[in-house]
Design a protein around this ligand. Structure first.
Ligand code: HXC
Length: 521
């Protein structure tokens, strides 16, 4: 007797077949082609990233409903997008992955609906969302439906911004308007050799401008992590991309109302590291590596640098103090003497705003001779870019602690979380020099006329420089006037930061009511 369609065995069989079909995406041939390129499939990636057995797929039965350009023959279950939720290190996340085996992972109406669904769930549940990108952009055959789908995604990326962490992993092509979804998210991870991002590809560029460039040089992981600043991490493989995402998530709260995960204390909160006392050279023009300072102050091995290869005159990243995660913003005297340029300003400002949105206290280490002089910087808009730093710090209502290790000159002194823009506590090391400018420059301007033609000009100049340095190029003048809360020995820094943060744990700021400010861009 033939089995009824309502027979439980028939249910099993039917669903089993459909699930097998779903897993095949665009078919075995295309899966093999993906593997031959050294790439995992969308499903393999999701499984690799999530905790074992936690992936719950949704909307896997959806198929495209178009018929033009042969689309009636491309009715694939899931339609090129794997979407759902699961766990990473036991914490809930939502996830979607473009499936390159289905029409090159192109993004059409259904992919858009699935991602929108997952994003809505992530926002409502208050969990991070991770997008794995590997596709040809807007699905050409679906025309304005594809564009609409991208628009809905961009809208949701914007609505989710500052509410839940959003991470984009680029594991293949990401071209045209498709790049704007990752750009709207908080962090972009790119894998070398297999991923690229560009608004217009090599062919279009050749036609329009005559420039010849290959895809990797134009928009590969290295160029976006070191030159354009679009990517936050450049990794060597898909597997490394996933470990990077996991590490990043280990610092992040699930949403803007939750605290970031506090880890078990692995380092002595009262540790006083005497090596810090000799890290800053006695010669004010000699450089040193601020990363060493950071590594000695924060919990052992807890510093996780972000955008390490871009604008290296600025350092940003997460770290822990007595297990508490926080944001670190610093200048790097070993690169461009720590001067602030356009890229450094953008890098620091965006990170400060991320920290503020997700309640990370911010610890700033400042040592900068000022903003970088030059025509290209001025014409590139250093004024509006530099203004972002002061805006971001002034707006941030999280605990803000500052350590001036050496140069605190001019505008750089003010913008780098000074007392004047309401940092909660400013500490200065004895090596700090706080002034409008360095002693040499100041004497040249103040005593130009007096020194001109003077017989012992060189001698007199040295005397004036010493006098200026004695008066202003130290932290005591600023401390005497209440602009520095304390002058501390470098080895005391860790304890002073930990106790300061403990005090400020429940800090509340009442800012004037407004819809939102208008940040300089
Ligand atoms: C429909 C697409 C597609 C697309 C690729 N395919 N891109 N189908 N719409 N956008 C299909 C191919 O026809 C092919 O189908 C399969 O995917 C694999 O593509 P291949 O070209 O064979 O693969 P590969 O050589 O690896 O090249 C991948 C690629 C290339 C670099 C992504 O396909 C490409 O350049 N595609 C077009 C990219 C693009 O210009 N997209 C539009 C961007 S504009 P078969 O059946 O042969 O396997 C945009 C606007 C968004 O996105 C605006 C939002 C605001």
């Amino acid at each position: 007797m033939e089995k009824s369609a309502k027979d439980p065995e028939a249910f099993n069989q039917k669903i089993g077949e459909l699930r097998d079909q779903m897993k095949l995406g665009g078919g075995q041939k295309r899966i093999d082609a993906q593997h031959e390129k050294g790439k995992m499939t969308a499903r393999e990636r999701v499984v690799e990233l999530l905790d074992e057995g936690t992936f719950q797929e949704i909307d896997g039965f959806m198929k495209n409903r178009h018929s033009d350009f042969g689309m009636d023959k491309e009715k694939v279950l899931g339609d090129g997008m794997v979407a759902g939720f699961g766990k990473i290190d036991g914490r809930r996340v939502c996830i979607y992955a473009q499936d390159f085996t289905v029409m090159g992972g192109s993004f059409g109406e259904i992919a858009g609906q699935k991602v929108a669904h997952v994003m809505d769930l992530a926002i409502e549940a208050g969990v991070p969302v991770i997008g794995l990108n590997d596709g040809g952009g807007a699905r050409i055959q679906e025309s304005v439906f594809s564009l609409a789908a991208f628009g809905e995604l961009f809208y949701r990326n914007t609505q989710a911004s500052g509410v839940i962490p959003q991470i984009s992993v680029i594991l293949g092509p990401c071209a045209g308007g498709a790049v704007y979804s990752p750009a709207l998210t908080d962090f972009i991870v790119m894998a070398k050799g297999i991923s690229n991002m560009f608004i217009t590809g090599p062919e279009v560029i050749k036609t329009v401008t005559g420039e010849e460039v290959d895809a990797e040089t134009l928009g590969g992981a290295e160029v976006h992590s070191a030159v354009s600043g679009v990517a936050h991490f450049s990794v060597n493989s898909e597997a490394e991309a996933f470990t990077t995402v996991k590490k990043l998530l280990s610092y992040l709260p699930s949403n803007n109302t939750e605290a970031a995960p506090i880890t078990e204390m692995t380092d002595d909160p009262w540790r006083m590291d005497s090596e810090l006392d000799t890290l800053v050279p006695t010669d004010p023009s000699a450089s040193y590596n601020m990363i060493n300072v950071i590594n000695h102050v924060f919990d052992y091995d807890s510093f996780f640098e972000i955008q390490a290869a871009f604008a290296q005159n600025a350092i940003i990243g997460f770290a822990r103090l007595a297990g508490l995660p926080l944001g670190v913003v610093a200048q790097q005297p070993a690169y461009m003497a720590g001067a602030i340029d356009i890229n450094a300003a953008d890098k620091m400002a965006r990170f400060i705003r991320f920290c503020d949105a997700f309640n990370f206290p911010i610890v700033t280490f400042s040592d900068s001779p000022g903003f970088l002089p030059g025509v290209s910087q001025e014409h590139g808009g250093i004024i509006r870019h530099g203004a972002k730093i002061v805006y971001a710090y002034s707006e941030a209502s999280v605990p803000k602690l500052t350590v001036i290790t050496r140069k605190g000159y001019g505008g750089a002194y003010i913008v780098m979380a000074s007392k004047h823009i309401h940092s909660d506590m400013v500490f200065a090391w004895p090596s700090a020099e706080i002034a409008v400018m360095g002693a040499e420059g100041a004497v040249s301007i103040l005593y130009r006329k007096e020194l001109q033609g003077k017989e012992n000009a060189a001698e007199e100049r040295t005397r004036l420089v010493d006098e200026f340095r004695e008066k202003f190029a130290n932290p005591y003048f600023a401390a005497a006037n209440g602009f520095v809360d304390d002058v501390i020995l470098p080895h005391e820094t860790r304890v002073r930061l930990i106790t300061g943060l403990e005090l400020l744990h429940d800090k509340k700021v009442h800012a004037p009511a407004k819809k939102h400010g208008c940040m300089p861009l």
